[in-house]
Ligand binder design. Structure first.
Ligand SMILES: Cc1cc2nc3c(=O)[nH]c(=O)nc-3n(C[C@H](O)[C@H](O)[C@H](O)COP(=O)(O)OP(=O)(O)OC[C@H]3O[C@@H](n4cnc5c(N)ncnc54)[C@H](O)[C@@H]3O)c2cc1C
Length: 459
C-alpha cells in the first residue's frame, strides 16, 4: 500500500492515522455523490450537510482524503483568485470583478470561522502576505499592483506598498527594496485542514469511501470497479487529476508545483528572518515562489517550474524533480543567507494543480444533467475551494444567492489544444517566465516577452 505520509511534509505531520477508510462495498444510492476528497469535495459536502442534514451525501476518493494538492500545498489560505481584476473587469465589468475579490476576502474569514467552530487543529494564523521587491523592476511591479488595486476599488486595508524598512521588518530577506502587504491571508497546515474537514463532514453524516477510484462520471451516476453510486447530482472535484477521467483529458492541464521544507530552525535564525506573525511570503519575480513559516519553526517553500508532461499525464513520479528541488534550495539560500551555504532541507515533495485553457477557475452545475464541477484554481485553491463549496451547496439546493451571482459561476473554459500543441504551449510558457527572470536580473529592465505572454493568457 502507498505510504501516504511520504507525499508531503504536511501528511507526515498530521494528527491521527492515514489508514484508509473502508472502500465502497457495492452499488449504492445517494442524493449527491462527490468525486474527490480534497478541499473542493469536502467543502461542498460540509455546506450541503450543514444546510440540509437530511441529504444523503457520498464522497468517493481514489486514495485517501487529502491525497491530492489539498494535502501537499503551500498552506496559503489567501484571497488570491487566478483571474486578475482587470481580466475579470474586462469580461464582467468592474463591479462584478470587485464583488469576486470581496467574496474571496470573506472566504479567508469564513475558513477561519469553520476551523474554530469545528475545532480543526491546523495551525491557522491570519498573518497576511508580504510580497517582496528585491530589484528595481520588481519594485515597479509592486507599485503597479497597488495602483491597480486602487483603480478597482481596493484600499489600504486591502493592500499597501511597503518601503525597504517596512518590508524588511516583516521578512528580512537579502536585498529587500520594498514590497506589498495584504492582511487577507492565513498560514495553515494544509493536511491538518483537509483531514480535519473530512472528520467534520463525517460528524454531519456524510459517507466517505476511500481507495475507491471512479472510472466514469455520467449523468446520474459515478462508476467504480466496486459498484455504481446513483445520484441525481454528481460533483466532479478532481482538480489536477481531472484529465485522468474519461472524456476530460483536455479540461485542465495538470501543472506541477514542488516544495521543500527545512528542518525546524533555531530561535536565533528566526530572530534574523522575521515573519513574526507567520506572514506568508513571496516576491515579484515572474516564476511563482511561495513560502510560509510553519508552526513548528520550519520554512516550507515552493515554486512552479517543473515541466508539464505530454498528454496531461499525472503520475506520482512527477512529484519529484531533483533539479527543481535544488533550485528551490538555492533560492531559499539567496533569500535568507542566514540559512548558510547548505540549507537544511528535510522534506521534498510536489503535486499537480489544474490550469484551465483561459486561466479561469470555475464552479457550476448543469441542471439538465445534474453534473457539477469546480476547479481550475491554478495555485490558489486553498481559499477558492471553500467559496466553490459554498457556491455548489447553493446551486445544488437551487437557492439563488450572492454567491451564485458571482462571475465565475457556470463559466465554461475552452478545452486545451490536442497534443503536441498543448505540450509545446505550456512548456514554452514556463520557459518564457524563467528566461524573463534571468533577463531582468541581467538587464535591470522589465521583460517584454513575459508581459506579452501574460497578455496572451488574458491576465
Ligand atoms: C505543491 C502545491 C502548492 C500549492 N500551494 C497553494 C497555496 O499555498 N495556496 C493555495 O491557495 N493553493 C495552493 N495550491 C493549490 C491547492 O492546493 C489546490 O488548488 C487545492 O488543494 C485543490 O483542491 P481540490 O480538492 O480541488 O483538489 P485535490 O486536493 O487535488 O483533490 C482532488 C482529489 O480527487 C481525487 N481523485 C482524483 N481522481 C479521482 C477518481 N478518478 N476517483 C476518485 N477520486 C479521485 C484525488 O485523489 C484527490 O484526493 C498548491 C498546489 C500544489 C500542488
Amino acid at each position: 500500500m502507498m505510504r501516504y505520509q511520504e507525499l508531503s511534509y504536511w501528511l507526515s505531520s498530521v494528527d491521527g492515522s492515514l489508514t484508509p477508510r473502508p472502500a465502497l462495498p457495492g452499488d449504492a444510492d445517494a442524493d449527491v455523490v462527490i468525486v474527490g476528497a480534497g478541499y473542493t469535495g469536502l467543502w461542498t459536502a460540509y455546506y450541503l450537510a450543514a444546510a440540509d442534514p437530511t441529504l444523503r451525501i457520498t464522497v468517493l476518493e481514489k486514495e485517501i482524503a487529502g491525497y491530492g494538492a489539498s494535502g501537499r500545498n503551500g498552506g496559503w489560505c489567501s484571497a488570491l483568485f487566478p483571474t486578475s481584476l482587470p481580466a475579470l473587469a474586462r469580461r464582467h465589468g468592474p463591479d462584478r470583478a470587485l464583488a469576486m475579490q470581496r467574496a474571496m476576502q470573506e472566504t479567508v474569514r469564513e475558513v477561519g470561522r469553520v476551523v474554530a467552530a469545528e475545532g480543526i487543529d491546523c495551525d491557522w494564523q491570519p498573518g497576511g502576505t508580504v510580497v517582496l521587491a528585491r530589484t528595481e523592476v520588481q519594485l515597479g511591479r509592486a507599485r503597479a499592483a497597488v495602483a491597480e488595486a486602487r483603480e478597482y476599488g481596493l484600499d489600504a486595508e486591502d493592500l499597501v506598498l511597503l518601503d525597504a524598512a517596512e518590508a524588511t521588518a516583516r521578512c528580512a530577506a537579502d536585498g529587500v527594496r520594498g514590497g506589498t502587504y495584504t492582511p487577507h491571508c492565513a498560514a495553515v497546515h494544509p493536511a491538518r485542514l483537509v483531514r480535519g474537514l473530512a472528520r467534520a463532514v463525517e460528524r454531519r453524516g456524510v459517507r466517505i469511501f476511500e481507495r475507491t477510484p471512479v472510472t466514469a462520471v455520467r449523468a446520474g451516476a459515478a462508476v467504480t470497479p466496486a459498484g455504481v453510486v446513483r445520484a441525481p447530482v454528481v460533483v466532479r472535484a478532481t482538480e489536477g487529476f481531472t484529465p485522468t477521467l474519461p472524456g476530460q483529458r483536455r479540461a485542465v492541464a495538470p501543472v506541477y508545483s514542488l516544495m521543500v521544507a527545512t528542518e525546524s530552525l533555531p530561535a536565533e535564525t528566526w530572530a534574523r528572518i522575521g515573519l513574526a506573525e507567520r506572514e506568508t511570503f513571496s516576491d515579484y519575480r515572474h516564476v511563482i515562489i511561495y513560502g510560509q513559516r510553519t508552526a513548528d519553526g520550519r520554512l516550507a517553500f515552493g515554486g512552479r517550474g517543473a515541466p508539464y508532461h505530454f498528454g496531461s499525464r499525472v503520475s506520482p513520479g512527477y512529484d519529484r524533480e531533483p533539479q527543481v528541488f535544488a533550485a528551490l534550495r538555492r533560492v531559499l539560500g539567496e533569500l535568507f543567507p542566514v540559512l548558510g551555504p547548505d540549507v537544511p532541507v528535510s522534506h521534498t515533495w510536489g503535486g499537480p494543480l489544474g490550469v484551465a485553457r483561459d486561466w479561469s477557475a470555475s464552479v457550476g452545475l448543469d441542471r439538465t444533467t445534474g453534473l457539477a464541477w469546480a476547479g481550475g484554481y491554478v495555485g490558489d485553491g486553498v481559499g477558492t475551494s471553500n467559496l466553490a463549496g459554498r457556491t455548489l451547496a447553493d446551486l445544488i439546493r437551487g437557492v439563488p444567492s450572492d454567491l451564485t451571482a458571482l462571475p465565475w459561476v457556470n463559466h465554461r473554459s475552452p478545452k486545451w489544444e490536442p497534443e503536441p500543441l498543448r505540450w509545446l504551449a505550456v512548456n514554452a510558457g514556463l520557459k518564457v517566465m524563467f528566461s524573463a527572470d534571468d533577463a531582468e536580473l541581467r538587464s535591470g529592465r522589465p521583460s517584454r516577452r513575459a508581459a506579452a505572454f501574460s497578455r496572451l493568457l488574458g491576465h
